[in-house]
Write a protein that binds this ligand. Structure first.
Ligand SMILES: Nc1ncnc2c1ncn2[C@@H]1O[C@H](COP(=O)(O)OP(=O)(O)OP(=O)(O)O)[C@@H](O)[C@H]1O
Ligand SMILES: O=c1ccn([C@@H]2O[C@H](COP(=O)(O)O)[C@@H](O)[C@H]2O)c(=O)[nH]1
Length: 234
């Protein structure tokens, strides 16, 4: 198997499932089952979850919120999602820990690379919540950063589309999918699947990214086994 340790980024917005806001428990359970399946294969798994199903700082500014306070709200939203996933993993019998980028014991232990490595090596799915702990960033950037810190073999971006397209496939039905794409092509084509800070961090640290549809049960295992079902960024 080509992967020993991965960083899985889960979309907060995908957690809504068919709902307009919040967490769809069926979606959460499906994610937990898929994660447990690969944990049992001995893969070390770090996880970062977005917060778009609850709050995004930038959207908050349009409603009159201060940007930094809004971003702090967004980071707290990622902690809520992380605790929900932790609980779903507990129900699955999958050992896991939640770390937080902002100090808030006893909700979760304060993140450090050393702590994350200790849990990963002892077989705990390690959920790293709270983004980077700083405003003006996104959880895509947090995922890239944590993937590099934990020395992951790749970043798996599990989302609700099945890869990277020539345009947003949720908005343009004529868009076509890439099986592989370079970091530079993402910049040159102005593709919005990940923000540029996140793409740059991955490029500079030679971290491959695999974008795939996490809403299809069994897909996470397929990607781990090397099936070419998403898009690889290299
Ligand atoms: N060229 C593109 N190819 C594929 N997806 C794209 C592209 N451009 C924009 N997207 C959008 O990016 C989304 C995937 O990003 P992501 O999983 O981070 O979702 P999100 O809504 O930003 O979630 P969150 O911020 O809550 O984590 C897709 O749902 C798709 O609509
Ligand atoms: O490092 C970070 C990560 C996130 N935020 C804020 O949280 C929300 C939710 O994250 P998404 O990546 O959009 O799902 C984000 O919009 C930011 O407001 C942050 O400030 N710093």
């Amino acid at each position: 198997m080509q992967y020993n340790r991965i960083l899985l980024k889960l979309s907060g917005e995908s957690l809504m499932g068919e709902q307009k806001y919040g967490i769809d428990t069926r979606c959460l359970e499906s994610y937990a089952r898929q994660i447990h399946e690969i944990a049992e294969m001995g893969i070390q798994i770090g996880i970062v979850i977005g917060g778009g199903n609850i709050f995004r700082g930038l959207s908050g500014t349009n409603k009159g919120f201060d940007r930094v306070k809004g971003d702090n709200m967004g980071m707290l939203a990622t902690v809520i999602n992380s605790l929900a996933l932790s609980s779903a993993l507990d129900n699955e019998g999958c050992k896991n820990k939640v770390l937080t980028a902002i100090r808030m014991e006893p909700i979760g232990e304060f993140y450090s690379k050393a702590k994350a490595m200790e849990y990963l090596k002892s077989g705990h799915v390690t959920i790293i919540s709270g983004g980077t702990g700083n405003p003006y960033f996104t959880t895509d950037t947090a995922s890239s950063l944590r993937a590099i810190e934990i020395e992951a073999d790749a970043m798996f971006k599990g989302t609700r589309v099945d890869g990277i397209y020539t345009a947003d496939p949720e908005k343009d039905s004529t868009a076509t999918k890439f099986d592989k794409i370079t970091y530079d092509e993402i910049y040159n084509r102005g593709l919005k699947v990940m923000d540029l800070t996140a793409t740059t961090l991955c490029k500079e640290n030679h971290l491959p990214i695999i974008v795939f549809n996490m809403d299809q049960p069994g897909n996470l295992k397929k990607v781990i086994l090397g099936e070419n079902i998403g898009t690889i960024v290299y």
